[in-house]
Design a protein around this ligand. Structure first.
Ligand code: C2E
Ligand code: MG
Ligand code: MG
Length: 645
């Protein structure tokens, strides 16, 4: 039960009021009771009457004796008795006794008669020595005796009644007094009980408040999703660690983590799955911590670990690679098997670091480096990273301007039909003519364009340009265009492709789109729908860099590609490593079985060409047949292309 403060106030006022009234009433009762006792003790009419009757009879007796002894007894004694009875009569006539006998006129008469009789005998008293005076007095007084005895008896009865009534009244007062006292005691007990309860409620409220304050403090310092410390708390911990480093030389390191491909999960499977994945990641991270370590979620898919104390950079590296391994193991959520990874940047205390922010910045730089070097790995901070980052920022700025400044150009590299030994088409490879740095490789700037959101307009430019150039080529020569995974996931891809075909008039079967496995990593219905829509346009789809991923064969089963491009790393190793030949041969026979053509990339020597032909590949591409060249320099026959290299 929750007693409101207002109700408690009312109750308190009521109780205090009751106490006050009861106290006043009790004091009135006490006064009344004292008055009654006083009355009882002071006022005793029966006693007064009986005293008067006794004195009256004494007077009579002394008069009789005086008369019998003829004045030889003590006259003064008679006169004294007379005076006494005179006084008594006076008291009875004037005092409170009158109120006592108000209700009995007979007895009032008796008193009056007594007074008259006494007045009548007064002259006789004065002449008492005279013979016969005492007898005369006795004659006057004697008739009153029975009536006086009656009066005494009446007074006695009346007195008894009154005493009984007073006793009743005293008993009533006693009960009233006791009742009130008991009520007050009960009130007091109820009050104490209520106060006690109130106190307990207050105590509980205080405890609840304490818990609430605790959970609010926890919420302010922890991430709601994973319950890991948040950035605020992590910075505080770093501050403490820095202090311990300065004062006691306690070494520590900070690991900044960023999940690889987490965005794909969110985009493809929704935020609920993404959130759940983050929780599991947090749990796995907790499992990788040492005793003094602290893990935190800095936001989004960024985590951090404070590793302390550290024995050596090797132990730090061991923990980092364990984390990479743990987080890269597949996750099964809602029936989906999800593969993500993590990149880690490590910064150790020292290096002139004085604030947590500097330390986090160093770890971030190292993380950035780890990501740009292929992800799924870790890097230590090095001062040169700052220089490289600066250079990258400059490159980003330049890249944003490059499209408008017409700094891009497409180079084309021939693809050879092994059977006919003729050029079947060209792969369009993007080049950036940087005004200061000269030609920059797509391997360097495409990832940057992807990072800064420039890949869509750039990809669209490539599509249009490649289709426009190819439409001028002889025969049915094909053009292959590389698509970034990000382009592939954008909703406008199908529209861009059909737009480019429509604008340039290129026959769709002459356009080949090269996609990599990473485009299919989050294979779902939307991905497949895009592939089928492209296929319906009539364009061909090739799987690029086949063999560099880890589940390529599964992707081939999910969608009927037109072409498989075997990654150049296998072709490069063919002369030296027998297993590379076996792999190329297997892929070629797999392609033949699935009715897909197979292109061997990176053929640089005649020997390699011979071997990939023996392995059963249907097409070849590489410096051996021709390096990528601008459109204006293209030759379309193998013989002449061969001559120009
Ligand atoms: P890729 O699609 O696998 O292209 C083949 C790469 O191998 C090209 O490098 C090419 O010049 C190189 N190459 C060809 N033959 C040989 C050879 O015999 N030996 C050696 N060592 N290399 C050879 P490039 O032009 O630097 O392109 C690198 C990558 O950049 C491409 O790999 C492709 O993934 C990407 N890329 C190029 N152009 C575009 C584009 O327009 N859009 C997108 N999204 N990516 C592109
Ligand atoms: Mg390619
Ligand atoms: Mg390739």
């Amino acid at each position: 039960m929750i007693v409101s403060l207002r109700a408690l106030k009312i109750f308190f006022v009521f109780t205090v009021g009751s106490f006050l009234i009861a106290t006043l009433y009790i004091s009135a009762l006490v006064v009344e009771r004292q008055e009654l006792l006083r009355e009882i003790s002071h006022y005793n009419p029966a006693f007064q009457v009986s005293q008067a009757v006794t004195e009256f009879m004494r007077l009579e007796r002394h008069l009789v004796v005086f008369e019998d002894q003829h004045g030889e007894s003590d006259k003064d004694e008679v006169l004294l008795r007379y005076d006494i009875i005179l006084n008594r009569t006076k008291i009875l006539l004037e005092g409170a006794f009158q109120t006592f006998v108000q209700s009995a006129p007979d007895h009032q008469d008796t008193l009056r008669n007594l007074a008259s009789a006494l007045a009548a005998v007064q002259p006789l008293m004065e002449t008492l020595d005279r013979p016969g005076a005492a007898r005369q007095a006795l004659e006057v007084l004697a008739p009153l005796e029975p009536r006086l005895i009656q009066l005494a008896s009446f007074a006695h009865n009346l007195e008894a009644e009154r005493v009984a009534r007073d006793q009743q009244e005293l008993i009533r007062l006693h009960w009233l007094f006791s009742g009130l006292a008991i009520s007050l005691i009960l009130f007091g007990i109820v009050m104490i009980a209520l106060l006690n309860r109130h106190n307990r409620l207050l105590g509980k409220a205080h405890a609840d408040l304490h818990v609430l304050a605790g959970s609010l403090a926890h919420a302010a310092n922890h991430d709601a999703l994973t319950d890991l410390p948040n950035r605020v708390l992590f910075r505080e911990k770093l501050e403490v660690a820095l202090q311990a480093f300065r004062q006691q030389g306690r070494d520590f390191a900070v690991l900044c983590l960023d999940l690889d491909r987490f965005k794909n999960v969110n985009d493809a499977l929704g935020h609920e799955v993404g959130d759940y994945l983050l929780k599991v990641v947090a749990d796995r991270l907790r499992g990788c911590l040492g005793t003094g370590d602290i893990a935190a979620r800095l936001g989004g898919d960024e985590f951090a670990i404070l590793q302390q104390p550290i024995e050596s950079m090797e132990s730090c590296a061991a923990q980092a690679s364990r984390i990479v391994e743990e987080l890269s193991a597949p996750y099964v959520i809602d029936g989906h098997e999800i593969v993500i990874g993590t990149s880690i940047g490590i910064a150790a205390a020292g290096n002139g670091i004085v604030t947590p922010d500097q330390l986090l910045k160093h770890a971030d730089l190292a993380l950035y480096e780890a990501k740009s070097q292929g992800r799924g790995t870790f890097r230590y901070f090095e001062p040169e990273m700052e220089v490289r980052l600066h250079a990258r920022r400059i490159l980003e700025v330049d890249l944003r301007r490059a499209l408008a400044h017409d700094e891009f150009e497409l180079f084309y590299q021939p693809q050879i039909n092994i059977e006919t030994e003729e050029i079947s088409g060209f792969e369009a490879l993007l080049r950036w003519h940087h005004p200061l740095r000269g030609m920059i490789s797509p391997a360097e700037f495409i990832p940057i364009a992807e990072d800064i959101g420039l890949i869509s307009p750039l990809g669209e430019w490539v599509l249009n340009q490649a289709c426009a150039e190819a439409s001028k080529w002889p025969r049915d020569m094909k053009v292959a265009v590389n698509l970034s995974p990000l382009q592939f996931r954008s909703r406008s891809l199908v529209q861009s492709v059909s737009g480019a075909l429509a604008r340039t008039g290129l026959s769709p079967d002459r356009l080949e789109l090269e996609i990599t496995e990473s485009s299919l990593l989050q294979e779902n219905e939307a991905t497949l729908a895009v592939l089928y829509q492209l296929r319906r346009l009539g364009v061909r789809i090739a799987m690029d860099d086949f063999g560099t991923g880890y589940s390529s064969v599964g992707y081939l089963r999910g969608f009927p590609f037109d072409k498989i491009k075997i990654d150049q790393s296998f072709v490069r190793d063919i002369p030296s490593q027998a297993d590379s030949f076996v792999i190329v041969q297997s892929i070629a026979s797999l392609g033949a079985g699935l009715r897909m053509s197979t292109v061997a990339e990176g053929v640089e020597t005649e020997d390699q060409f011979r071997q990939i032909r023996a392995a059963g590949c249907t097409e070849a591409q590489g410096y051996y047949f021709g390096r990528p060249k601008p459109a204006r320099e293209l030759v379309y026959t193998l013989k002449s292309a061969h001559c120009t290299t």
